[in-house]
Design a protein around this ligand. Sequence first.
Ligand code: GLY
Length: 406
Amino acid sequence: MTRPRGALRVRVRGEGPQSYSVMVGSGLLGAEGGPIARLARGRDAALIVADAGLPTQLVEAVESRIAGVGVRVARVGVRAQERRKSLATLELVLAAAAAARLDRGGLIVGLGGGVVTDLAGFAAAVYRRGVDSVLCPTTLLAMVDASVGGKTGVNIEVGAAGTGAGAPRLLKNMAGAFHHPRLVVCDVAALASLSLRQLRAGLAECLKHGLVGAGAADAGLWGFTQRAIDRLAHEPLHERTLAALVGRHAAYKARVVAADPKERARGGAVGRMALNLGHTFAHAIETLPGLRWPAPGGAGPAVRGPLLHGEAVGLGLIAAADLGESLRRAEPGLALAVEGALGRAGLPTRVGGLPASDQVIDRMLDDKKVLGGRLRVIVPTRARRAALIDGPDRGLVARAIDRLRA
Ligand code: GLY
């Protein structure tokens, strides 16, 4: 039996009376009588939707904690790839829930990174028109962002390989629902199962929060995050730093979500849309084949694309800061500071093989924020807040993209 270390709890308020905890600590997943077992107790059955690449030991620990309180447990494995975050995989998960005879009191447990927690959350939203879920993110990215706030969903492929005309494109999170989990368990010990590359990718979402932290009463988040990055550069799995990082970012996100649960801020307010910073650029480039960039610290051969989501978000932050500077909303030099922070985090700041900027902008028009065919982009401001730019000048957007070229 493992003992959890240093657990802290952040409360998230969804819409209406809903609220739930994000627990952060080390050893929480394998803990006897831990938070997952407490939530499962008294139910007939649970379905674990697990990243197929996770260590078996970790999945079995969660399984036996739930079975230990007398709950039948079924399991379905999902490969953590954006292409698998699809309606076809959703159907597999729903079929597994039905085959396991999960009733309305059943529990769906998402165990993995953002692909898995978004998919498991969506399955919980639609299975029997809604059952409870608990999300157990095992990547830094999912701990600080994807698993908190009730966004669930899958990608849709259009074009030659899917439906509709034109080249095949994977449209991120095009189908989904808001469905808050009953509990989020962030066990920082699980981060040891990640490659260094995946771990670093989560730091880009942390920097994103830092750039707009003042919008949710945390103007110091930018500096705090950079200090954590510098600490982790020496010791990537330093548990206290990771727990502090996850706890502070989960608290920041909880405040953003409480203020604008369904991203419907109006009247000039940016609300939850602030969290899309960098993503309009990122979604357009993250599934591009043929990209290449230098290995961190110049050690080893160039890395070849596609990018991980967090890596693309990092590049998107540079482009958004560049656009913010061009529009005089951000202070001069911010894009350079973002590049510096990403570089210290071991993340790419330039890529080779990007198509012409016009083509990238066309892909950006698939973004969910587009209204009436007009691009809408979030940029950081000098006050560490976010601003929504409606219909930015195409030339300035192209210049921001060109900044990313190796
Ligand atoms: N990941 C963006 C959001 O939760 O709103």
